[in-house]
Design a protein around this ligand. Structure first.
Ligand SMILES: NC(=O)c1ccc[n+]([C@@H]2O[C@H](COP(=O)([O-])OP(=O)(O)OC[C@H]3O[C@@H](n4cnc5c(N)ncnc54)[C@H](OP(=O)(O)O)[C@@H]3O)[C@@H](O)[C@H]2O)c1
Length: 275
């Protein structure tokens, strides 16, 4: 029996294209908060010939994630699980980014880990996570992600980080980079317990991709593109193709790490480029 491929945040952008690509491995189950977006995504997937199901879910709410997982498990045993749900600094407060990008990621992993018997859990981080360095005290908080005050404690560090480019970037930018650095850290922290069950866990760090999320940065698109090796942003299908291949069971030794796909952005911003 084919296993259900679960994609939280599978109703838009890269998550939706990831859902299309994972149809190769089994039926897909997508989720998000907005019911209309969910219905549209299901229609798009079905039109593309995908056996698609879905349910409303808010990953910042553990009870919602549990109900989402139970609904997916009713269709078929849980297979690969992707957490593409996330919010960024243009439209969200620090509190929302902590609750969704950090607490939400923990909710997804903690809920699905006991249900998985094979396959891979994949979290979406961001290349911006590499520009954030947590202090040792902050890392200690990150190492206790199921602490009931985890989100509140994370927020206390984040609000103190100064904006590196005031005027060019919103004051919520550092908070976004911190939440995504946490996704990388937390994915790595799960390698051992996933490995003990024969499972894999990885994260993927996109650079700038052509999705509704990036649409809020229209005025900066030219400069974003100029900072990449190909002078363009990435397309969601390029990310979906990579993820489908990363989740191939034959890629069996890849776990506990973050994979960067950013068109060379991080390399070009941190290492002197050869002529
Ligand atoms: N696009 C980029 O350039 C870029 C770069 C780096 C990293 N990323 C990361 O890549 C991931 C996908 O981004 P995207 O650009 O494809 O974004 P998108 O088009 O805005 O899609 C985000 C998806 O997440 C869902 N979502 C948001 N909050 C949620 C919550 N609390 N619970 C459940 N679902 C939620 C949204 O649906 P609802 O709003 O209906 O809930 C939507 O389906 C995100 O984690 C993002 O941070 C994107």
């Amino acid at each position: 029996m084919k296993k259900i491929q679960v994609i939280a945040g599978g109703t838009s952008g890269m998550g939706l294209d990831t859902a299309k690509a994972l149809a190769e491995y089994g039926p897909v189950f997508v989720g998000g908060r907005n019911p209309e977006r969910l219905q549209n995504a299901l229609a798009t997937l079905k039109e593309a010939g995908v056996e698609a199901y879905g349910g409303r879910c808010d990953i910042s709410d553990i009870e919602s994630v549990k109900a989402f997982a139970a609904a997916a498990g009713e269709i078929a045993p849980i297979g690969n699980v992707v957490n593409a749900a996330g919010v960024d600094f243009d439209v969200s407060t620090n509190e929302q980014m902590v609750e969704i990008n950090m607490v939400g990621t923990v909710n997804m992993v903690e809920t699905f880990f006991p249900l998985m018997t094979e396959g891979t859990m994949l979290n979406y981080s961001s290349i911006t996570g590499y520009y954030y360095q947590p202090t040792p005290e902050e890392k200690a908080v990150w190492d206790a992600p199921t602490d009931p005050d985890f989100g509140k404690k994370c927020l206390e560090f984040i609000v103190k980080v100064p904006n590196p480019m005031p005027g060019r970037l919103p004051d919520t930018y550092p908070g976004y980079t911190a939440t995504k650095r946490f996704v990388i850290h937390y994915t790595m922290a799960n390698a051992s317990r996933f490995g003990a069950k024969g499972l894999r866990i990885i994260s993927i760090a996109p650079g700038s991709f052509n999705t509704p999320m990036l649409a809020t940065q229209k005025e900066f698109l030219a400069s974003i593109a100029a900072g990449t090796a190909y002078k363009r942003v990435g397309e969601p299908e390029e990310m979906a193709y990579l993820i489908k291949n990363l989740l191939d069971p034959k890629v069996s030794y890849l776990t506990g790490c973050d994979i960067i796909m950013d068109g060379g952005k991080f390399a070009m911003s941190t290492v002197k480029q050869l002529a």
